[in-house]
Design a protein around this ligand. Structure first.
Ligand SMILES: [Zn+2]
Length: 206
């Protein structure tokens, strides 16, 4: 069986390109037709793909890995690649958080940490497995996310693609348990370390 991705991944990547490429002000908005030909994110191609991926998300239909890695490579060539990957990460975190049932979300928010942390961890682990092809483990007071073959890893220079996962981790922990210390990129496949790994301090959470 060939590798697949959660359709949410290519969807948030393209949505991030689109939002970063959106006109900043009224002056730019006046020239939106002209911008459309210059900015990839505003093109009809991107809009059509966003619709296609939204449909795949709705149907729960996984997509070939190459669809996501191809888009990630395109983003990787942009000078603002890291900002786009970070924005995509925030979008994925918000979207997956919104899928957690409301009662579970409020339980995690209101329970004492002794109970809420393992619940939050379970949610992050599930999201990591399903949407990121990654694994999550807790080591003492830290939480480690490991991703072996992410579609955005190696997508751009200076570990730009790794920023996608860091951003997801930070935003998810923020949403679930309200705040986290630094998320550190402790191992990186682009440095020849075989796999990418991020460490978040679990203790710094309320
Ligand atoms: Zn990395």
């Amino acid at each position: 069986m060939s590798a697949t991705v959660d359709p949410l991944v290519p969807l948030v990547l393209l949505e991030a390109v689109r939002s970063v490429d959106m006109p900043d002000d009224d002056l730019e908005a006046e020239f939106v037709d002209e911008l459309r030909t210059k900015r990839f994110g505003l093109s009809d191609t991107v809009l059509a793909q966003i619709r296609r991926y939204s449909e795949a998300v709705r149907r729960g239909q996984r997509l070939p890995f190459e669809e996501a890695s191809g888009i990630a490579k395109l983003i990787g060539r942009r000078p603002d690649a890291e900002a786009v990957f970070r924005e995509a990460g925030r979008k994925l975190a918000r979207e997956t958080y919104a899928r957690i049932s409301a009662p579970t979300r409020s339980l995690i928010r209101s329970m004492p940490t002794l109970i809420s942390r393992p619940m939050a961890l379970r949610q992050i682990r599930r999201i990591g497995r399903r949407s990121l092809g990654g694994s999550l483990r807790r080591v003492g007071a830290t939480v480690l996310l490991e991703v072996r073959d992410g579609p955005t890893l190696d997508a751009g220079p200076r570990q730009a693609g790794c920023a996608f996962y860091e951003s997801i981790m930070r935003e998810l922990m923020q949403l679930l348990v309200g705040g986290v210390g630094a998320v550190e990129h402790v191992r990186c496949a682009t440095r020849g370390e075989g796999t990418c790994e991020w460490r978040a301090d679990w203790r710094s959470i309320r």
